[in-house]
Design a protein around this ligand. Structure first.
Ligand SMILES: Nc1ncnc2c1ncn2[C@@H]1O[C@H](COP(=O)(O)OP(=O)(O)OP(=O)(O)O)[C@@H](O)[C@H]1O
Ligand SMILES: [Mg+2]
Length: 314
């Protein structure tokens, strides 16, 4: 019996966000920041939280330390009704952390990956997969413990009858080593942004990249920022423009929110054009509030905001 619509496998960390910093940090000196926020970070957690707000039952598998930050992560996910029982906590590891130093539209980040690097494929049990209809894996390059056995995980999920999706996210090492010909046959929806897609396929544009993956891919969704998104399925490319937001607050997490909107419709069995449209809507909604999760509370509020900001009726 399925209990969850979507099982998310991903990285977890907290963000310490420093704003209104008086100057730039320099070794040997100390400067003051006039604003600080401590919040749930990580793109997988933003995805899971927002997917849950779209009335989807979501469970999470990831790795944390056994420290104060792990409590914050668990409380934040639980507050968004994400099921956290599968999350593994280790006394030997520390919860991941990103220190974000905001300077206007730009930022300097320092990340301590900690526990997120240690999740292994063997820790994702059949019993967990069995409980879900769909598996979504995100931020694969941030999870070096999982990456070598990613294919095994997707093979297992497909064998057990789940549908699957993957958002690779950025590769901080910029090596882009992912065996797409082996992996993509087991990924029903592959969801990179345009830059990631070009690096992963070693291509200069979308069409040549699609030509390279066409022999072995299923559905490919390419996020293209304020230009919207593109969907490739059965040799056909569909592009949909973004919803226009003239009052952008910030774009943090727009890609994760897009994924949440898209997958919420996908697991309900809606047409791919509709999935693409709700993905774009969720990405645009994300830009109406600070950070990645503030724009998403529940379906009622999402519907109201969609109507108010984008004249969109569900
Ligand atoms: N300025 C914008 N206005 C309206 N919609 C936007 C804007 N920026 C992004 N979006 C929507 O959000 C989606 C995802 O954005 P983007 O292409 O930046 O993803 P991403 O690079 O994966 O983001 P992330 O950094 O969150 O991982 C876009 O496909 C689009 O639908
Ligand atoms: Mg992204």
């Amino acid at each position: 019996m399925n209990v969850f619509d979507v099982l998310v496998v991903g990285e977890l960390n907290v963000d310490i966000i420093l704003d209104k910093i008086l100057g730039f940090p320099r070794v040997g000196k100390e400067i003051i920041s006039k604003e600080m926020n401590l919040t749930l970070g990580s793109s997988s957690a933003i995805f899971a939280s927002n997917l849950s707000s779209f009335s989807t039952e979501v469970a999470f598998i990831g790795k944390l330390g056994n420290d104060n930050f792990s409590h914050l992560v668990l409380q934040s996910l639980t507050a968004k009704k994400v099921h956290t029982d599968f999350i593994i906590r280790s006394d030997l590891l520390r919860t991941g952390l990103t220190v974000v130093m905001n300077y206007g539209n730009d930022r300097a980040n320092v990340t301590y990956p900690g526990a997120m690097e240690h999740l292994k494929e063997s820790e994702i049990e059949d019993e967990m997969l069995k409980k879900a209809k769909h598996l979504h894996v995100s931020s694969v390059f941030m999870q070096p413990g999982l990456l070598p056995d990613l294919l095994k995980l997707f093979e297992r999920a497909k064998k057990m009858g789940l549908t699957t999706s993957m958002d690779p996210q950025w590769d901080p090492s910029e090596k882009w080593e992912l065996n797409l010909p082996k992996l993509l046959p087991y990924v029903d929806v592959f969801m990179p942004n345009i830059e990631e897609f070009k690096y992963l396929t070693n291509s200069r544009d979308i069409l040549s990249g699609l030509k390279a993956v066409e022999p072995f891919c299923n559905i490919v969704v390419i996020k293209d920022g304020e230009r919207g998104a593109h969907l490739w399925n059965k040799n056909k490319l569909i592009s949909k423009p973004a919803f226009i937001n003239n009052k952008i607050v910030d774009c943090i997490g727009a890609g994760d929110s897009f994924d949440a909107g898209f997958i919420s419709e996908f697991v309900k069995g809606h047409e791919l054009q509709r999935c693409l449209e709700i993905g774009n809507l969720a990405g645009a909604l994300n830009t109406t509030a600070h950070g990645g999760t503030a724009a998403f509370k529940n379906m009622g509020q999402i519907k109201r905001q969609a109507a108010e900001n984008f004249s969109f009726q569900f």
